[in-house]
Design a protein around this ligand. Structure first.
Ligand SMILES: Cc1cc2nc3c(=O)[nH]c(=O)nc-3n(C[C@H](O)[C@H](O)[C@H](O)COP(=O)(O)OP(=O)(O)OC[C@H]3O[C@@H](n4cnc5c(N)ncnc54)[C@H](O)[C@@H]3O)c2cc1C
Length: 519
């Protein structure tokens, strides 16, 4: 499989840039800002409105070693510990050292992070951080980050522009095929960055915006890029879900003192981990699911201990309180039912420290990439930092390569037929999401994964829309990777292999060759 679209670049309008970036979240915009500073003609395309991104929804904050009690070494150690043996130390060193400078960049751009009465930055705490390390703005840090980055970026930005295909020939990327307001258009550039965010939106229950369907990761896979650690998905322990969907209740709520209780009102996390509610996310997630099964009832978050510490929850978590009240629940007075849902995609397009992928001219940044800093389990609030640090570095990588790649695209003739479907039936994205949630979710087994592989390979080759086939393909790759990892580690839990196994303490890689027999 390669293209899911039939096109001939000679038959459609085209534009030429020095760099094209797909995605307007923290990663894409950071990269775009630096490339503009270096003088390149940049175009950011984004499939919905510019601020529709996971970045915009981030609540908790950004982890950065800036407090008096902290140091990059401490941040390094916490990140290594959280990642369950799979963190890449070289990448984390870059993250914690350069992260300090990148957060200062945000302050220069005008980010209004919380400060104490003397003007010093305030820091909050989240799970598995040994000190208070998270800079934040109320409970809407992401909105603030997205705002300042959009204000600072001064290149072209096209909203409603969907990445459909990569223009790849002989192992080199020459640009992207986008659908802009429904019309196909070729955007040529010597260097292209995929910054399309994660894939948690491929799960029925998730905290992500509808845009997080793994589009860029799956497209890169189709064109031959090497992917890494696809089986690792982070499920967040505390989301509120009702008929209108799910939204996140930030870990910072537990960081400030909220506790988890079961249907009998019993605080149970001590049965599972000595850090109680601030145990690593995967531990809390499975503990909640187990407690639900044991008691046959729901699990609740009790915000009231926060107020007992003298913190006004309306002031500290205004968005969360407002959204709960809109649903008739008052966290000041009552317990809030919560449930674990898909939240963050750890796997992605394999990159080096400058965001280079295995395809010449193609870069990947942010949640779409896999730098290895999260290992098997992301440390809370490290992901925005990753977007800033590696978005910045990818820009320099792109600049360096741009100088050597030709900017003449007149000889690039790409004419492709869409891969024909083999299954007449058509499916919806919900079919993909339900399969992922039920068969490739918090608890997995060889049986559930085999069922997922059968269903998703059928959907990938069906007469369905681009977004459905593309999403099913990534779902299939995740399922195959999860099947191969016959152990439990971090966010990947196999009921048939419930322990870590030393022989699996290594990264998994994935390329399109791994799927050929299934399609
Ligand atoms: C509810 C929530 C809370 C979070 N809280 C925190 C937190 O407190 N701290 C933290 O560090 N992390 C947090 N995270 C994670 C963090 O927000 C993300 O990992 C990070 O913002 C990802 O940034 P990104 O730029 O890689 O992707 P995004 O911000 O998701 O941006 C991706 C962009 O790509 C575009 N796009 C996608 N597909 C296409 C396509 N086919 N064509 C064109 N454009 C496309 C999207 O429209 C979007 O503009 C949170 C995530 C969520 C969902």
């Amino acid at each position: 499989m390669k293209s899911l679209t039939t096109f001939d670049v000679l038959d459609i309008p085209s534009k030429t840039y020095d760099a094209v970036i797909v995605g307007s979240g923290a990663a894409g915009l950071t990269c775009g800002i630096v490339l503009r500073e270096l003088g390149l003609k940049v175009c950011v395309i984004t499939k919905s409105r510019a601020n529709e991104s996971s970045t915009n929804l981030a609540q908790g904050g950004i982890a950065v070693a800036l407090s008096k009690e902290d140091s990059p070494d401490l941040h390094f150690n916490d990140t290594m510990r959280a990642g369950a043996g799979l963190v890449v130390p070289k990448m984390v060193r870059v993250l914690v050292e350069e992260g300090v400078k990148r957060v200062i960049d945000l302050l220069r751009f005008g980010a209004r992070f919380e400060r104490d009465k003397d003007g010093f930055l305030k820091f909050t705490k989240e799970a598995a951080h040994s000190v208070s390390r998270i800079v934040y703005y109320k409970d809407k840090t992401g909105e603030e980050v997205e705002r300042v980055l959009l204000n600072t970026y001064n290149g072209d930005l096209i909203e409603g522009a969907l990445l459909r295909e990569l223009l790849v020939k002989n192992g080199r990327c020459y640009g992207v095929l986008a659908s802009i307001d429904g019309e196909l258009c070729a955007l040529y550039a010597p260097v292209v960055a995929v910054a399309t965010g994660g894939a948690a939106g491929l799960y029925l229950k998730n905290t992500n915006p509808p845009t997080s369907t793994g589009d860029g990761i799956s497209t890169a896979l189709r064109y031959g890029a090497e992917l890494q650690d696809l089986e690792f998905v982070q499920f967040h322990p505390t989301a509120f879900c009702d008929g209108n969907g799910c939204f996140l209740i930030s870990e910072a709520v537990r960081g400030e003192g909220a506790i988890l209780v079961d249907k009998f009102g019993r605080r149970f996390m001590g049965d599972y981990h000595h850090l109680w509610e601030l145990a690593p996310r995967d531990v809390v997630t499975r503990a909640i699911e187990s407690q639900k099964r044991i008691t046959g009832g729901e699990v609740f978050l009790d915000f009231r201990p926060i107020e007992e510490r003298g913190i006004d929850i309306e002031e500290r978590f205004p968005t969360i309180v407002k959204r709960l009240r809109e649903r008739g629940l008052d966290p000041k007075k009552e317990l809030i039912p919560i449930t674990p849902v898909a939240h963050y995609y750890i796997g992605g397009i394999k990159v080096d420290t400058f965001g280079r992928t295995s395809i010449d001219g193609l870069f990947a940044v942010g949640e779409a990439s896999c730098t290895g800093i999260h290992g098997a389990n992301r440390l809370a609030s490290n992901s925005l930092l990753e977007c800033l640090v590696f978005g910045n570095r990818a820009a320099y990588g792109m600049y360096r390569d741009w100088r050597y790649f030709s900017r003449d695209f007149s000889e690039v003739r790409i004419k492709i037929e869409r891969v024909p479907y083999k299954v007449e039936e058509s499916f919806s994205l919900d079919d993909v999401k339900r399969t992922m949630w039920e068969k490739v979710g918090i608890f997995r087994s060889a049986n559930s994964l085999m069922e997922a592989i059968e269903k998703l390979s059928k959907i990938a080759m069906s007469n369905s829309d681009w977004i459905v086939r593309n999403g099913a393909l990534l779902g299939l790759a995740i399922s195959v990777s999860a099947m191969r990892r016959e152990e439990s580690r971090g966010g990947h839990y196999r009921t048939d292999f419930p322990y870590e196994r030393e022989e699996f303490r290594k990264h998994s890689t994935f390329s399109f060759r791994d799927l050929v027999n299934l399609l």
